[in-house]
Design a protein around this ligand. Structure first.
Ligand code: SF4
Length: 145
């Protein structure tokens, strides 16, 4: 559902509260790394969140910084989905360090996307990987997108 943001009357879609309803949701943490693979992963997380299938992004950096609220969102989640850009697996390592159990881990660089130093990405890669993850996790995104 869209609501006025109060900023220039632009309508923003409001997300389900991740701190209030976390037990009923899969929580997605993506690295948003400053490379092709990080950007693809971030946009996959956005697409899965916007599909409205019971999965929602949460702030990976806040977990890394030790924010109790965000760590607890991860700990109470129905399932935690970690989307890493590359083999460094920064998201998964952050979760391990903060005691958040990862149910499903993905590494975009092993899914047909080369890690190159660019913030550009191919939308077709985002769509393909979003569909693959949705199939793995039982999300019906076809009806939503
Ligand atoms: S997992 Fe790779 S792309 Fe993502 S933040 Fe770490 S080094 Fe960057």
């Amino acid at each position: 559902m869209a609501e006025n943001s109060g900023t220039n009357n632009v309508e923003f879609r409001r997300l389900q509260g991740c701190s209030t309803d976390t037990e009923n949701m899969d929580i997605i943490f993506a690295c948003d790394g400053a490379a092709s693979v990080g950007q693809v992963g971030n946009h996959v997380a956005i697409d899965l969140t916007n599909a409205g299938v019971g999965a929602r992004m949460c702030c990976t950096a806040a977990v890394g910084a030790g924010s109790d609220a965000h760590v607890n969102i991860g700990k109470r989640a129905r399932r935690v989905i970690a989307i890493n850009g590359c083999a460094n697996r920064c998201v998964s390592k952050i979760m391990e360090q903060r005691g958040v159990k990862v149910a499903h881990e993905y590494v975009i660089a092993t899914m047909g996307v080369s890690k190159i130093p660019t913030l550009d990405f191919n939308e077709a890669d985002v769509e393909r990987i979003s569909k693959k993850i949705a199939e793995d996790l039982g999300y019906d995104i076809k009806a939503k997108n």
